[in-house]
Design a protein around this ligand. Structure first.
Ligand SMILES: [Zn+2]
Ligand SMILES: [Zn+2]
Length: 320
């Protein structure tokens, strides 16, 4: 009981560990230096019970490390680990997506500054081999050594149905993205659409999901502007779900998460489930997040967020 078999995927493995809405929100706060229980409680608006539960979970999967305040106080602080600090790539791509598709004063006022070159920048996802920006249609997929079914425990898939929009998070730099990808089925459908799937039956064949839930998620993704709905058959009426520009632009977030899953979430050392090739240059794809100003590869400790006049957030808190 409670076991599901799904196609092995580093995206799914990563989502099992950190893909819950609250886990994504908590990690976002820790990236911006909010790392005590009470500060996180205030910043995210989550209930105490849920926060305690997710903090425990994130420690269990080695994404947070708890230790006493360095200044000798009684407070415990939650720190990023070597594993979770590498999620910074996807956090940067999340911010880039959010800024492109949502205009809020808070987002407009943010300046990302690269300490290494001193300039403000946009994060860009580029192929390490050829330097081109990686686009969804320029990637091909081949089965890797770990391409078998994954047995997954249903208990892992605990998902909150609370919309993140209602959360009074002070600095939800990418709450719209979290609201879309922080649901397991929604995230799965988008990931499959990057492989060219467009029809209800195709999604249903790949996912162990009830048809009413799948319908509901597809409707949600159309409402959110991730898919456009196009009739491909009149009798009976059938629709295709095609990625919009906004949907395609989620690809860098998924790709950084996939690479993180390859690196950190392989259960038994079988190797990665998929090999990715950058079609533009023909090389095995290693995508890296780079500074648009100097081309340097970005790391968490070299990026400052400046939130308008006088409200700078320091770079990510130390790992370990
Ligand atoms: Zn390339
Ligand atoms: Zn730079």
């Amino acid at each position: 009981m409670g076991k599901l078999i799904t196609r092995a995927s580093s995206i799914n493995r990563a989502l099992d560990q950190v893909g819950d809405k609250w886990c994504l929100l908590i990690l976002q706060e820790v990236f911006w230096g909010i790392n005590s229980f009470n500060d996180m409680l205030a910043a995210t608006g989550v209930s105490k019970g849920v926060l305690a539960d997710r903090l425990k979970w994130l420690q269990a999967v080695d994404c947070l490390h708890r230790k006493p305040d360095e200044n000798g106080g009684k407070r415990m602080r939650y720190h990023l680990t070597r594993k979770s600090v590498e999620l910074y790539d996807s956090a940067l791509m999340a911010v880039a997506w959010e800024r492109r598709f949502f205009n809020t004063r808070e987002l407009d006022e943010i300046t990302l500054r690269h300490q290494t070159c001193g300039r403000s920048f946009q994060p860009e996802l580029r192929c390490r081999a050829c330097g081109d920006e990686v686009r969804v249609n320029a990637v091909s997929y081949q089965p890797g050594p770990g391409a078998t079914g994954d047995e997954r425990d249903k208990k892992v898939r605990r998902r909150s149905s609370l919309p993140v929009q209602n959360v009074p998070s002070r600095r939800s730099l990418y709450k719209n993205l979290i609201n879309i990808v922080g649901d397991r089925w929604t995230a799965n459908v988008i990931a499959l659409s990057f492989h060219g799937l467009t029809r209800f039956d195709e999604f249903h064949r790949e996912l162990p999901v009830a048809t009413n839930i799948l319908s509901d998620r597809l409707k949600f993704l159309v409402e959110e502007g991730v898919f456009s709905q196009v009739a491909y058959q009149q009798r009976p009426l059938r629709y295709e779900y095609r990625l919009t520009d906004k949907g395609e632009a989620l690809f860098p977030w998924f790709l950084t998460l996939l690479q993180w899953g390859d690196r950190w979430c392989s259960p038994d050392g079988r190797g990665r489930p998929m090999h990715l090739t950058h079609v533009s240059c023909g090389q095995a794809l290693v995508a890296q997040v780079q500074c648009s100003a100097c081309g340097g590869v970005l790391t968490a400790h070299e990026v400052d967020f400046e939130l308008g006049p006088g409200a700078a957030i320091p770079s990510a808190g130390g790992a370990g």
